[in-house]
Design a protein around this ligand. Sequence first.
Ligand SMILES: Cc1ncc(C[n+]2csc(CCOP(=O)(O)OP(=O)(O)O)c2C)c(N)n1
Ligand code: SF4
Length: 281
Amino acid sequence: MTQVLINPTPKDYKSEVKPTWCPGCGDFGVLNATYRSMANLKLSPDKTVVVSGIGCSSRFPHFIKTFGFHSVHGRALPVAQGLKMSRPDLTVVAVGGDGDFFSIGAGHLVHAALRNIDITVVVMDNEIYGLTKGQTSPTSPHGHVTKSTPYGLLASQFNPISTALSLNVSFVARGYSSKPKELATLIEQGMLHKGFSFIHVLSPCPTFYRTFDAWDAAVTPIPTNHDANDRMQAMNLAMETEKPFIGLFYQQERPTMDQAAHQLVRESKAFNVESYIKRYA
Ligand SMILES: Cc1ncc(C[n+]2csc(CCOP(=O)(O)OP(=O)(O)O)c2C)c(N)n1
Ligand code: SF4
């Protein structure tokens, strides 16, 4: 039987496992925002699944009192999509880091975008690999010096929002972990959106890279006159990387693969071979 929470508060979604992140890690803000969005939507813990890969950010499911799946590095999306295809009644959220989604798991992101399966993805981007102690990731800036790139990173920086827009992801947003209220609204909108929702979150790793100060000074709310139906307008905002915009870039309602596949199954079950033969023989 479905567990119904009457007027839940964010606390109701806290598990008994205490987060093991370093003090000051950005991921705390993302976790608080997620509790808040789940409470606002009154989600049933037993009808909600949080799936992750591997990384500091991927410890997330342990700290939430819903079903969870701490999977393999880069593989949160295959697990989450498979789950939603077989259990369309569940709210499925995939979470992890920039390494997980844009490095080892990048191929899955492309196909998930094209399928438009109704799941919500929350990427905690600290622009490095946190768990393995600070190596560069695809979102590290060009020239970034780490133990593994002592002469500076030679590759250029990946742009998650413009990539998602070019793949025509049907919901594209960016939040900031030190603005959990605004972030909670974006996660809520993403969970309500019917289709693949991509929420890029700036979430600093003060232990190995950025502190909040750098992003506090830079993040800029998306202008109120932005038309979220206009993909080209969204693309222009995405190209601004010095002062990253936060808010909803783009949203488009279109059929999802989970709905289409279940419709196909219903139609094929109703398909009558004899009447087809009579009609066309
Ligand atoms: C198949 C595989 N390759 C490499 C690793 C080592 N590894 C663990 S976490 C990680 C990257 C973590 O970075 P990110 O996904 O950005 O998460 P963060 O720790 O920064 O939150 C890597 C390379 C692994 N666990 N499995
Ligand atoms: S190493 Fe960085 S990302 Fe990992 S828990 Fe510590 S602050 Fe957070």
